[in-house]
Design a protein around this ligand. Structure first.
Ligand code: SF4
Length: 557
């Protein structure tokens, strides 16, 4: 055993977490990932029925569970019926069991891990023959249900830490009707937090399974409930008086370097303004057709170079975003109605520019039922009709985890399906307020299955407070879930209202990211101070495509 990568991902709906597990499992089983993972998270209220589950142990109907706000899933793990919800730590180890897998011994070791971690918290617990899980004097505190496919594990354990045990009233937990369920907080007589348990559990897991080293990345530990269905970022911002939608400023030209508190801008970050014919021509075309580009709206430093070369990234669905990420210069507010003529006009621009590789992105449209997925699909179709042979790259939002919205875009089989994780796990909450690292990784895994002929791409911005080790760990995660192409570039602060620059990453460090990522097996890592998602997009696709080869997605187990 060498390295264990442990990740606390926060709260994630069951289906997304399941797909995320599948992506990591596929990565480990196929050899795409060389290391084991311990995925730690929390679910919203969810009931699951294992392969050996007895329907009679579900005491409420599907309709009653839905009324209570809980999901129900029939899953491919061992064991009977169980409940997951806030206040419960769920662990999904993706562990390679070696040449002669022994799933029973594996389950006994999981019990050993949990008993040791609970002892570290002052809770006396034990395993019992014939009753898989972890027990205390007050009842069962942890359930275990696993799957072993191709010698690699999925699913895992769930420890009741705090939270409402009343949810267990609607099932016979694990089919054991005569013994109660309890939580660590109840047994300890004080409120135990998930964070405390994660701190104890990760080293115990490494010890029991014999890993030489652990690389741990932790997202924020949330308190309180998740977002109410139907609400979206801009509602909260309006309520908080963060901005006035009536007084939205236009796209801001990049402010001079070295804003207060920022480190001095190094020589490698300086760009030459070229307002020549190429730039002016593209500017007029975009104005003429009433289009938006992320080049302008996000104040991209490469605009002079890209526009002079006749390339741009089209911004669909307006120039007003429903989210307010702390690094981004696109205006936040309540967007206007969808413009039905926009896909045709984008296709017209692609034709007039004679592009062989078009890049499309959008603002986040959490106000639309499909998150804007339909507009991406329609624009891809129009471009293909207008400019046959033109490759299309889409940089999509997370569609709030909606698999159907992603499928709508993927059905058009874009040559590149890009979704940025933007930053490392620890900084997600403060940098991308309405997004989640786990959700983004699940989307990237799904993208590979839905669009097998295309490339899956993701990107990071550095210089926002992350460490070098965190970036390396993120590259490993992206590789594990099947990403083919990664971009890494320096954060530039759009204005004094935005998140300060933490540091300027030196060119040598960018080169190290390329070497490390490609060493892990990512077909192409474009990493450099001025790299952006769409910078040299066609060349990056060609390079990644050559290296990715046809066997990118080996069959899952
Ligand atoms: S790097 Fe992308 S966003 Fe920036 S100017 Fe070039 S095409 Fe536009």
């Amino acid at each position: 055993m060498t390295l264990l990568r442990a990740r606390w991902l926060g709260r994630l709906p069951y289906q997304e977490a399941w797909d995320l597990q599948r992506a990591f499992h596929e990565g480990r089983a196929s050899g795409r990932a060389a290391e084991d993972y311990l995925l730690l998270l929390e679910h919203p209220p969810t009931y699951t029925v294992g392969r050996a589950g007895d329907e009679a142990n579900l005491l409420a109907s599907r309709e009653e569970l839905a009324r209570l706000g809980a999901e129900l899933h029939y899953v491919d793990r061992g064991g009977d019926v169980t409940y997951h919800g806030p206040g419960q730590l769920v662990g999904y180890p993706i562990v390679h069991l070696g040449e002669s897998p022994d799933p029973v011994a594996y389950v006994r070791r999981l019990e050993q891990v949990l008993v040791a971690a609970l002892a570290d918290l002052g809770v006396a617990a034990w395993a019992e023959a014939g009753y898989t899980g972890v027990w205390t004097a007050a009842g069962k505190t942890a359930a275990i249900g696993v799957r072993n496919a191709r010698g690699v594990t999925m699913h895992g354990f769930a420890v009741n830490v705090s939270g409402d045990l009343g949810w267990f009233r609607h099932i016979v937990p694990c089919g054991i009707g005569d013994r109660p369920v309890t939580s660590l907080s109840e047994v300890a007589g004080r409120r135990v937090s998930i964070e405390e348990l994660v701190e104890r559990l990760v080293p115990r897991f490494a010890e029991v399974f014999g890993y030489a080293a652990v690389e741990t990345q932790l997202g924020a530990f949330a308190r309180g409930s998740g977002r109410a269905p139907g609400s979206y970022e801009v509602d909260r911002l309006l309520a908080a008086g963060v901005f006035s939608p009536g007084a939205r400023p236009g796209p801001s030209p990049r402010e001079p370097a070295d804003l207060p508190g920022d480190p001095p801008r190094p020589s490698w970050m300086r760009v030459r303004a070229d307002l020549g014919g190429g730039y002016r021509g593209l500017h007029h075309l975009v104005e003429d057709l009433g289009l938006h580009t992320v080049c302008r709206e996000a104040g991209c430093p490469n605009i002079y170079e890209c526009w002079a070369a006749g390339t741009a990234t089209f911004l669909l669905l307006g120039d007003v975003c429903t989210r307010a990420c702390s690094f981004c210069d696109v205006a936040t507010g309540r967007p206007g109605p969808v413009d039905p003529g926009e896909p045709e006009r984008v296709a017209e621009a692609v034709a007039r520019l004679g592009l062989s590789h078009a890049v499309l992105t959008s603002v986040d449209r959490d106000d639309l039922p499909d998150g804007g997925a339909g507009a991406f699909a329609e624009t891809i179709r129009r471009i293909r009709e207008r400019v046959p042979g033109c490759a299309v790259e889409v940089l999509i939002p997370d569609f709030k985890g909606d698999a159907a919205a992603l499928a709508l875009v993927a059905a058009e089989q874009p040559e590149v399906l890009n979704h940025n994780t933007e930053t490392v796990l620890r900084l997600q909450r403060e940098v991308r307020t309405a997004a989640s690292y786990g959700r983004s990784l699940a989307l990237l895994g799904r993208a590979g299955w839905l669009s097998p002929a295309g490339l899956v791409k993701s990107g990071l911005i550095v210089g926002m407070g992350e460490t070098r080790e965190e970036v390396l760990g993120t590259l490993a995660d992206l590789r594990a879930v099947g990403v083919d192409l990664v971009t890494i570039g320096q954060y530039l602060r759009p204005s004094a209202r935005h998140r300060p620059i933490h540091r300027y990453v030196a060119p040598e460090e960018f080169a190290e990211y390329t070497a490390y990522g490609e060493g892990l097996g990512i077909p192409r890592v474009e990493s450099g101070p001025l790299v952006r998602s769409s910078y040299h997009a066609r060349l990056a696709r060609e390079a990644a495509g050559e290296r990715a080869g046809p066997a990118r997605y080996p069959a899952a187990g």
